[in-house]
Design a protein around this ligand. Structure first.
Ligand SMILES: [Fe+2]
Ligand SMILES: [Fe+2]
Length: 282
């Protein structure tokens, strides 16, 4: 499952089943397989790797892991409206597993700072797409009191923002960056294991979200809405990797393997194709 998570055909559950059947299958999968414990991953080699790492790569790791911790924590704290807008017991049951999983991902990175990096995260990593979740949450909560049509619009935009962009583009690009910069050199096996477990969870989250969006996109007004939101957010997504890496006032180089702009753009195009079924080049 882990190695196939980026392959669209593995990621998006069948559109032949009903949404409630898919949601229930994913709920049962989360109950059976989503049982890893962030506290149980062995981080002892990571600590040794970190101590031996050169200063520039240490600086980048602090910046990179701060980005992940900020993001996982923010999506965990803001997720409740997505559950509340679920339109059945089955959908809300599955989405409730996602809420717990986002807190587990947060816990893993909190532990990583404490036990491996040995310091607090830095305050300065910019993620403009995450900041926009505050207004998204307000819109979704307001939609709970409105009619069917408004609820559906709010859900389409919420799924695009969260599952389609934050998880489907930003987080998935992050796994590849970790692999390119550290994992492929045999560094940080504990972090690699954490990412592997997180990717399995995210496979369910993104898979469900993309499937919903793909079905919603059959209505032209929703397809237009989804594309507009992706396009509006692209400049904000690019900030994540274009910003300078600054830790405690000192600037560090971005490792050449990161290729953030290239990776993000490719993932962005792939997700739009997953949802809209046509090639969209940006
Ligand atoms: Fe997560
Ligand atoms: Fe997630």
């Amino acid at each position: 499952m882990t190695e196939n998570v980026n392959k669209t055909e593995e990621l998006i559950p069948s559109v032949d089943k009903t949404t409630d059947e898919v949601a229930w299958d994913l709920y049962r999968k989360a109950i059976r397989f989503g049982t890893w414990d962030p506290a149980a991953i062995d981080l002892s080699q990571d600590k040794r790797d970190y101590e031996a790492l050169d200063e520039d790569l240490k600086g980048y790791l602090i910046h990179f892991c701060t980005g992940f911790l900020d993001a996982e924590e923010n999506v965990a704290l803001k997720f409740c409206p997505w559950i509340m807008l679920g339109s059945s017991t089955e959908q809300q049951a599955f989405l409730s597993t996602q809420l717990l999983e986002e807190f587990k991902h947060t816990e893993f990175f909190m532990r990583y700072f404490k036990e491996v990096i040995g310091r607090e995260r830095i305050p300065s990593v910019k993620n403009a797409v995450q900041q926009k979740l505050d207004e998204r949450v307000k819109k979704m909560l307001a939609a709970l009191d409105q009619g069917e049509e408004e609820r559906e619009e709010a859900l389409v935009e919420g799924l695009t923002h969260y599952q389609g962009i934050i998880e489907g583009v930003q987080a998935m690009t992050g796994y590849d960056v970790f692999q390119a910069v550290y994992g492929s050199k045999g560094l940080f096996p504990g972090l690699g294991e954490g990412y592997a477990r997180i990717k399995e969870d995210e496979g369910r989250h993104v898979g469900f979200g993309l499937r919903m969006l793909k079905l919603f996109a059959r209505k032209p007004e929703h397809a237009k809405r989804i594309l507009a939101l992706y396009e509006e957010y692209l400049p904000l997504i690019l900030i994540r990797y274009d910003q300078p890496v600054v830790v405690d006032g000192k600037e560090y180089p971005t490792p050449p393997e990161v290729k953030g702009r290239e990776r993000v753009t490719k993932m962005f195009e792939r997700r739009l194709k997953d949802i809209l079924g046509t090639s969209v080049t940006v």
